[in-house]
Write a protein that binds this ligand. Structure first.
Ligand code: GDD
Ligand code: MG
Length: 366
């Protein structure tokens, strides 16, 4: 089985953290999402993955062309301009043979069974099968209207008005190679805007319902939610605490499950970390700190008596003493937040910026 992973989007909704990495490399419980996606594909019998890249392609290529993933061949294809979600498939045609293949939005954390979806596609006999999921607010997604045989009657991408269905496109598909002939070459083409509505009209689009864990990490809140969900699952067999190698937790410091601590982390006395905190490797947490509902990337330094709640902190950020970082804050890589600064809800700090004064209204610090 082959799979194409779409991983070339600009991830604008995750700025400023995505200014320095594509979202597929954001850690989810301390491992890049794309590592997790590839691993699951291998588990379900995929032996070749094509990564469709554009934005910060080099960062992904560096990792996956050199990293040793046994049992799988990884091919990276870089678009010199963004080709959308269907254009990259046309570009990959020569790597796809006569068999149906999987296509994945690369920004989704899910436990879906890819093999099951593939087999469902073969049974339905259409040109394409898409995984669908029920959600309450459909407006951010592609919406599908189904008949009683699970055929997609209509596909509406990001509907503006009222729609009857609560079923959305989960961004995971099996396509017949004949679909490649329908994609015009050399320009941006969207599956969701051109191909799927047409396939639905032709009665060639089927749905596979999935109701398990599924999160599109494309927005900060959802990225945090993906970490929470996975943390609950992965920490369970470890009594709620995932512990890296050579971690030092000083006396009187407390880990409140579920929590994930990366390698070489140091937590000083009197600090409380968790629940729902992920600390990347080499993080240092000073005395008397409180860290909850947050993700800290690798190498974050937090000074004594600081509090971080519901925030995402980029790689190698330095946070001073007595700092308060509130819900929804996003701190770009390498930024420095000086002693006694408070960042109110929803403040974003650009990479390598130095913040010397408190910010009490939501804004982007450039
Ligand atoms: N190679 C490449 N080139 N990849 C791209 C490009 C491009 O030009 N544009 C977007 N992508 C990748 C993104 O990196 C992401 O992994 C995936 O395609 C989907 O793009 P998003 O920008 O995340 O789309 P979305 O989340 O708004 O909507 C899509 O996903 C929803 C499910 O989460 C649509 O497929 C919706 O229909 C769907 O419901
Ligand atoms: Mg998305």
């Amino acid at each position: 089985m082959k799979a194409v992973v779409l991983a070339g989007g600009f991830a604008t909704r995750l700025r400023p953290l995505s200014c320095t990495r594509p979202k597929q490399l954001f850690p989810v419980v301390n491992r890049p999402l794309l590592d997790r996606v590839i691993e699951r594909l291998v588990d379900h019998g995929v032996d070749e993955v094509i990564l469709a890249l554009h934005y910060m392609a080099e960062k992904i290529m560096l990792r996956y062309q050199n990293e040793f993933f046994s049992d799988i061949r990884i091919i990276c294809i870089k678009e010199d301009r963004p080709l959308g979600t269907a254009g990259p498939l046309k570009l990959a045609t020569r790597y796809l043979d006569k068999e149906p293949f999987l296509v994945l939005n690369g920004d989704i954390l899910t436990f879906i069974n890819y093999r099951d979806l593939y087999e469902h596609h073969l049974k339905c006999g259409g040109l394409a099968t898409i995984a669908v999921k029920k959600v309450e607010d459909v407006s951010r997604y592609g919406v599908v209207e189904l008949d009683e045989r699970w055929r997609v009657m209509r596909f509406i991408e990001k509907p503006k008005g009222e729609v009857k269905s609560k079923m959305i496109n989960a961004g995971i598909y099996v396509l017949d190679p004949k679909v490649l002939d329908m994609i015009p070459p050399g320009r941006k083409v969207m599956l969701e805007e051109e191909l799927f509505p047409k396939l639905a009209r032709d009665g060639q689009l089927y749905a596979y319902r999935y109701d398990g864990v599924w999160v599109d990490i494309g927005k900060p809140n959802d990225y945090l939610r993906a970490n929470e969900k996975l943390l609950e699952v992965e920490a369970k067999p470890h009594n709620g605490v995932i512990m890296g190698r050579e971690v030092i937790v000083k006396k009187g410091a407390e880990l409140i499950p579920p929590v994930a601590i990366g390698d070489y982390v140091v937590i000083e006395e009197g600090s409380r970390v968790g629940p729902y905190a992920c600390l990347g490797s080499r993080c240092f947490i000073g005395k008397g700190c409180m860290i909850t509902d947050s993700v800290l990337f690798e190498g974050v330094h937090v000074g004594d008596y600081s509090a971080i709640k519901g925030a995402i902190i980029g790689e190698n950020v330095t946070i001073g003493r007595w700092v308060k970082i509130e819900r929804g804050c996003l701190i770009g890589d390498g930024a420095v937040v000086r002693d006694e600064v408070t960042l109110t809800q929803g403040v974003a700090v650009c990479p390598y910026k130095e913040v010397k004064e408190s910010i009490l209204t939501p804004c982007i610090l450039k």
